[in-house]
Design a protein around this ligand. Structure first.
Ligand SMILES: [Zn+2]
Length: 266
């Protein structure tokens, strides 16, 4: 089976000493493409550079995570704009709201989110979003922009049924991580997995974070890797009625369409 990891933080220092091995193991596990997540200007630039070293295998996003929204300025917006024109950049983000950690003041999170949504509207690129305990505000903001946005994904969806259905009603995509493999905090997601239409469902590891707890044997290191994406997929397979091969190939099609991976750069 083949997979595309739509959210992997390959610029994280956890991967700096063995990135080539990490990429090789991902390829051996059937991960045929990865979207490297940009979480601030620096990692977005690093992600673009990494994509240049692995053309046609790695693609990336460019954006500023809500945790870093406090550093978001007009300078970063113009730099983001320049990055967005790079052929490897397939989405704006990671952006959104995080009222769980509140690492940036909420007004600054909202301002950075809106600016990046506007950039996504201007460029026509899809938007790669994070949301944690901020559903009401995120939904209200998104509703205003939705008609002008091409596509959007709520990556690492962890919220409840109400939020899921509301995001689906806004014609957004849903990204699932190893959170669904976590018996302590992901149980509520399992009965919802079958409610996500396959043309809206995408898979991700969010590596090096969120090592799937169902992995057996457990890796020595707690670091997650894109090679563990099939473990996330296996949990999805176990909680949907369709054959696994069908789900996997539908997710691939959904992902390629969303990130326009099968279209030549223009
Ligand atoms: Zn995130």
């Amino acid at each position: 089976m083949e997979f595309i990891d739509i959210g992997v933080n390959l610029t994280n220092s956890d991967f700096s000493h063995d990135l080539d091995d990490v990429i090789r193991r991902a390829q051996e596990a059937g991960v045929i493409n990865m979207i490297v997540t940009g979480t601030d200007l620096e990692t977005s630039e690093q992600a673009v550079a990494l994509c240049r070293q692995h053309p046609d295998y790695l693609f990336c996003t460019a954006g500023v995570h809500p945790h870093d929204a406090k550093d978001f300025t007009h300078i970063s917006l113009s730099q983001l704009k320049a990055l967005a024109s790079e052929p490897a950049v397939k989405a704006i983000g990671e952006t959104g709201l995080d009222f769980n950690r509140d690492f940036s003041p909420r007004p600054q999170q909202e301002a950075a989110f809106c600016a990046q949504l506007e950039l996504a509207c201007q460029t026509g690129l899809p938007v790669f979003m994070h949301e944690r305990e901020a559903f009401k505000r995120q939904y209200a903001i998104l509703k205003d922009y939705r008609d002008h946005l091409s596509q959007g994904v709520i990556h690492c969806f962890t919220a409840d049924k109400t939020a899921l259905y509301a995001y689906l009603d806004l014609d957004l995509h849903i990204g699932l991580t190893g959170w669904i493999c976590d018996e302590r905090r992901g149980q509520h997601l399992l009965p919802l997995l079958k409610d996500i239409p396959l043309e809206r469902l995408m898979l991700e590891t969010d590596a090096p974070y969120l090592l799937p707890r169902t992995l057996c044997p457990k890796p020595k290191s707690r670091r997650n890797e894109p090679a563990y994406l099939p473990e996330v997929a296996a949990t999805v397979f176990a909680h949907r009625p369709e054959p696994a091969e069908h789900i996997a190939s539908a997710c691939l099609t959904t992902t390629r369409t969303f990130f326009r991976l099968n279209q030549p750069a223009d």
